[in-house]
Design a protein around this ligand. Sequence first.
Ligand SMILES: Nc1ncnc2c1ncn2[C@@H]1O[C@H](COP(=O)(O)OP(=O)(O)O)[C@@H](O)[C@H]1O
Ligand SMILES: [Mg+2]
Length: 376
Amino acid sequence: MAGGRIELVSLTKRFTEVAVDDIDLQIASGEFFSLLGPSGCGKTTTLRLIAGFEQPTAGRILLDDVDVSAVPPHKRNVNTVFQSYALFPFLTVFDNVAFGLRNKHLPKTEIRDRVYSALELVHLREFERRRPGQLSGGQQQRVALARALVLQPSVLLLDEPLGALDAKLRRSLKVELKALQEQVGITFLYVTHDQEEALTMSDRLAVMRDGKIVQLGVPNVVYEEPADTYVADFLGVSNLMEVDVVSRGPGSQCDVRLGESTLHAEHGGIDAPDRSHAVIRPERVKIEDFGSSGPNRVPAMVERLVYLGSSTQVFLRLAAGSDVQVLINNDGGEQKLTQGTPVHAFFAPDALRVLAGGTPVADMSAAEPEEMPQAS
Ligand SMILES: Nc1ncnc2c1ncn2[C@@H]1O[C@H](COP(=O)(O)OP(=O)(O)O)[C@@H](O)[C@H]1O
Ligand SMILES: [Mg+2]
């Protein structure tokens, strides 16, 4: 029996305001599960409740079907890795990792064996005699991971563990962390505000807003089928166009009016109010020669081109007034677009989704060029 199942039942935490708002969640044994959301949405509080550092205002927390409300933190089979590594600066790497085991008064040889295998897991065996100050940030975070894993918890809680590292290191540690989780097979509950981290590592993820879960699913479904404009925006799907729904059905299809054009969308029409947002990912918009005909095409003009290396980001101004971002792969073909080029933009019906939710959406022109996960 592997263990490591987490169940949250109507979990609520109120400080002066509600930080965690009536969350129901089940995480399976051995799952890599992420809570994703902006700062202040209640991610850390949720982890602290599970770890036992906070007491719920209402609701229950079950670990492997046992209600742990009355169990103190050190007796829960759970360990936490923080963004600030919280290592002892005066202890060596070996002693930092051994610390928790020594508190358990285990035999010396067992401590040594377990510390070495934990250090091997994170590729730091040869650094055992160094002190944290003699290690890079990424290495220090690996020591913190080893220190948590050596206690063999059935659940590891990770609170933005890569947050203090630079982008390149974050990317490589991300891959390592996922491999590590598969190797040790314990449940990882991972908290981040970084959509790319959550999308690439998780088996499933939940997007949080104001203490609530707004969408839960496997990464590609949450990314491809955002439930509302908030999730779409948060996952970096920044093309949100204001449209009027003019007809609905069959199924979840609908027709929407964007300026002078009528567009057919294959998804999301059922629940959308008359005034809605249509969303399309930048990598799904096709730029065609001006005058190309057929449905779901709208006239536009190239406003700006941003070279990103492997791709080029094209900002289009639609005749209808909206701005749309397009991502073109730089595959060696000729690039004939320049600022001011009139074009037609094609929004494939299966890539166009109409969403409920009137969340104010971040100004696209102010957004940083972002690497988008590639469609598979
Ligand atoms: N100890 C506390 N006392 C009062 N308010 C708190 C405390 N901890 C967190 N909060 C509030 O709860 C909300 C959620 O915080 P937190 O769980 O830290 O969010 P996140 O980790 O998603 O950034 C925030 O509004 C925060 O100010
Ligand atoms: Mg936090």
